[in-house]
Design a protein around this ligand. Structure first.
Ligand code: SAH
Length: 416
C-alpha cells in the first residue's frame, strides 16, 4: 500500500467499517453490505460490491480505501491433494498457506482433527450439530454463491501463517531458518483464508472447513492481530470457533491471556520434549519459559465443555523418541484433559535430525495410549512440495530427493 491514507477493509471489524461508512456520510446499513461483501462473498475489489452505489465505491477508492485482498503468487500441488500457496502482500513479503482436502479417511491426526473433537471420538456423538453456526447467524441470507453441480469436499483444513518467518528458532523447523521478518496484520491473516476459500471454491458453513494457525510464525508473538483475525474469521467469514485451533511453541504469558478470550480457537501446545534439558536444546525458548511454567499454564487453562488441549510432539530419531521419553511425556501430562499428536520429523535441507522409523513412532504412541493418553500420529501432508509441518520456508522448488517423495509413516491411527 505505502501511502499514509491507504486503508484495507479486510482486517476491519464491524465497528471500524461502521466508522468508515459514517465518515463518508453514508447510512449505517452500508457497513453490513461491506462486511458481507468482503468476508462472505470475498470480493477482491470495491468495484465488485454491487450492493453499493457506484458513486460511493468510487469515492471510497479515491480516498485510498481498498479491499486489500491477499494475492496468490504461486501454487504447488502435492500428489496427496495438498496445495501449498505462496501468498504475497503489498510490501513484497509473502507467507505460505496450506490447503488439505479430505483424504482417504486414514489421516486422523493430520491437524484437522485438532479442530474437530466431535468427529474424533473424543466427545459425545451428536455434539457436532450443536457446533454448527445456524445459517441465519452466519449472515448467509442469499449472499453466497456456492458453485453448482459439483461434489463438495468433505472435511478440509486450511493451515494459515501468522508472521513472515519466525523468531522462535526451534532446531528442527525450516521456518526458523528465515528468522522473523514481520508480523502479519489481521487483514493479512484473514486474507489468506479468503484467498484459499475462493480458489478452492468452497464456503463455510456449507463446506466443513477447519482452520489451524500452524503455518509460519508464532501466533502468540503476534497476539493482538491473531486474536482480531480469529474474531473476524468467526463473525465475518463464518468459521465456527470449534473448528479452529491455534498452536503455540509455549509463550506462557499469552497462554494465560488466551484463556480469558471470549472468542477463541482451541489450544495446541508444541511440547516436543518431556524434560527441560532436552527441550532447551530443541526449543531455545524453553530457557525463558520452562516446562514447569508451561505445564502450570496448561493446567490452569480454562477448558470449555468437550474441549481438550492438544500437545504436539515432533519425533526426532534417537533424540526424543525413546520409550523412556514416552513414559516421561505420560507422566508430565497425567491428569490433564489432553491428547497428543505425534509428528514424525518432516525433513528438509539444513535440518540435522532424522525421521524415526514407523516402528519407533508406533511404540511411542502405544506407550502413551497404555498410560491412558489419547495419542495420534499426524499424517504428513504435502511433503513432496514442502508443505508439511515445519517445512514452510517459501521454498519455490519442490522436493526431488526420493526419500521425500510421499513417504508413508504408517500405521496411521484411526481416531474415530
Ligand atoms: N509456532 C507455532 C505454530 C507452528 S505449528 C508452534 O510452534 O506451535 C507447527 C508444528 O509443526 C509445531 O507443532 C512444530 O513443533 C511442528 N514442526 C516444526 N518443524 C517440524 C518438522 N520439521 N517436522 C515435523 N513437525 C515440525
Amino acid at each position: 500500500m505505502g501511502e499514509g491514507l491507504a486503508r484495507s477493509v479486510l482486517g476491519m471489524d464491524r465497528g471500524e467499517i461502521t466508522a468508515l461508512v459514517s465518515e463518508a456520510g453514508e447510512p449505517a446499513y452500508r457497513a453490513k453490505q461491506i462486511m458481507d461483501a468482503v468476508y462472505r462473498q470475498r470480493v477482491e475489489s470495491l468495484a465488485e460490491i454491487s450492493t453499493l452505489p457506484q458513486e460511493f465505491r468510487e469515492r471510497l477508492a479515491a480516498s485510498g480505501v481498498s479491499v486489500g485482498a491477499a494475492r496468490i503468487e504461486k501454487k504447488f500441488s502435492s500428489v496427496d491433494g495438498t496445495v501449498r500457496y505462496l501468498i504475497g502482500f503489498g510490501d513484497g513479503q509473502s507467507v505460505e498457506t496450506v490447503w488439505m482436502p479430505e483424504g482417504d479417511g486414514g489421516e486422523a491426526g493430520d491437524g484437522s482433527d485438532a479442530g474437530v473433537e466431535a468427529e474424533s471420538g473424543l466427545s459425545t456423538s451428536g455434539a457436532e450439530a450443536r457446533f454448527q453456526i445456524p445459517a441465519s447467524d452466519a449472515g448467509m441470507e442469499g449472499l453466497l454463491h456456492p458453485p453448482q453441480n459439483r461434489v463438495r469436499p468433505g472435511r478440509s483444513t486450511i493451515c494459515i501463517s501468522s508472521q513472515v518467518g519466525c523468531a522462535v528458532d526451534c532446531q528442527f523447523c525450516l521456518t526458523a531458518l528465515l528468522g522473523v521478518k514481520r508480523n502479519l496484520t489481521a487483514g493479512e491473516i484473514v486474507g489468506q483464508v479468503c484467498a484459499v476459500l475462493k480458489d478452492q471454491q468452497v464456503s463455510p458453513p456449507e463446506d466443513r472447513i477447519n482452520l489451524v494457525f500452524m503455518g509460519m510464525g508464532e501466533p502468540f508473538l503476534n497476539y493482538e492481530n491473531f486474536i482480531k483475525a480469529s474474531r473476524l474469521l468467526v463473525g465475518g467469514v463464518g468459521i465456527a470457533e470449534r473448528r479452529m485451533t491455534v498452536s503455540t511453541a509455549g509463550i506462557v504469558p499469552r497462554i494465560h491471556d488466551f484463556g480469558e478470550e471470549k472468542i477463541r480457537p482451541k489450544l495446541a501446545i508444541s511440547l516436543n520434549a518431556p524434560n527441560d534439558e532436552l527441550r532447551m536444546r530443541l526449543m531455545p525458548l524453553n530457557k525463558k519459559w520452562n516446562l514447569e511454567m508451561l505445564m502450570a499454564a496448561a493446567r490452569d487453562f480454562p477448558l470449555r465443555t468437550r474441549e481438550w488441549i492438544t500437545f504436539e510432539y515432533v519425533l526426532l530419531g534417537g533424540e526424543n523418541d525413546l520409550p523412556e521419553n514416552a513414559r516421561e511425556v505420560a507422566e508430565l501430562l497425567r491428569g490433564l484433559r489432553c491428547k497428543v499428536n505425534l509428528i514424525a520429523l518432516n525433513p528438509g535441507p539444513g535440518i540435522e535430525f532424522t525421521t524415526p522409523s514407523a516402528d519407533r513412532v508406533t511404540e511411542f504412541q502405544n506407550i502413551l495410549r497404555g498410560a491412558g493418553i489419547p495419542a495420534f500420529v499426524r499424517r504428513p501432508r504435502g511433503r513432496d512440495i514442502y508443505a508439511a509441518c515445519g517445512q514452510l520456508k517459501r521454498t519455490v522448488e519442490v522436493a526431488t530427493l526420493p526419500e521425500l517423495q510421499f513417504q508413508a509413516i504408517s500405521p496411521l491411527a484411526p481416531e474415530g
